[in-house]
Design a protein. Structure first.
Length: 239
């Protein structure tokens, strides 16, 4: 399966450098230019998509709907498995305040946020979902709209990086990750949009390639995959 993974549009809370998590926020003024950039890059590459997936958070679903309309795809499949990390009670706290009051923030992936979850838990559910999707649709090309935290977790897992070392890399709203999966293994990874912090910080070079047969087995994470819901895209006629 080929998975093209992008980030949702920029929100006012993103622009204010505040914690968002499972809550939502209105769009920032520059949101449209970012989404159009991603759409144009995918169009330039001539990528033909079979389906569109997103988290079930509004900012991701709305972004996915914009892309789906452009692609002529009528249904968005959303799932909480792709949701951003649940920061619980830290919603709308300034990121600097969180870093000052929680010294392990973005250093320890097993830190569980008050009334929320840990980055590790988020990574496990999102990785499980992608693996399950790849097993069920090995020949498809899918577009996935997710979140910065989810993207860091996926890149770290599928490229075999130490998760704790890579919790702070920047993921732009113009990021486009291109993952080619064979079974549970990512055999090729590239970036088609604005480079992520993984590339800019010199952690990886793209395109990243490896042979699935030669790669050590990656132990599947424990946990179930939530059932998807399908949503019609407003403005498109149903099949």
């Amino acid at each position: 399966m080929r998975a093209i993974i992008t980030r949702h549009y920029k929100t006012l809370i993103n622009a204010a450098e505040e914690i968002l998590g499972w809550e939502d926020s209105p769009r920032d003024s520059g949101w449209k230019a970012d989404v159009e950039f991603v759409g144009e890059r995918m169009q330039e590459r001539g990528i033909q998509f079979d389906a569109v997936y997103s988290s079930d958070l509004e900012r991701a679903r709305q972004t996915a709907m914009v892309h789906a309309r452009r692609l002529g795809i009528h249904i968005i499949h959303d799932t909480p498995a792709l949701n951003e990390v649940n920061y619980g009670k830290l919603y709308k706290k300034k990121k600097k305040w969180v870093a000052d009051h929680y010294p392990k923030h973005k250093k320890d992936p097993d830190l569980v946020y008050p009334e929320g979850e840990s980055f590790r838990q988020m990574q496990e559910r999102s990785v499980n979902f992608i693996k399950s999707l790849a097993q069920r649709n090995p020949q498809q090309t899918v577009l996935i709209v997710a979140h910065a935290g989810v993207i860091r977790g996926l890149v770290s897992h599928f490229l075999g990086l130490n998760y704790a070392d890579h919790l702070k890399h920047k993921i732009s709203h113009r990021y486009i990750g291109d993952f080619l999966l064979e079974g549970d293994t990512c055999v090729r990874y590239d970036e088609l949009g604005k480079p992520s912090g993984f590339v800019r910080d010199g952690v990886i070079q793209v395109p990243f390639e490896r042979h699935a047969a030669a790669d050590p087995a990656i132990t599947p994470e424990a946990g179930s995959v939530p059932i998807l819901s399908g949503r019609s895209v407003p403005g498109n006629d149903a099949h």
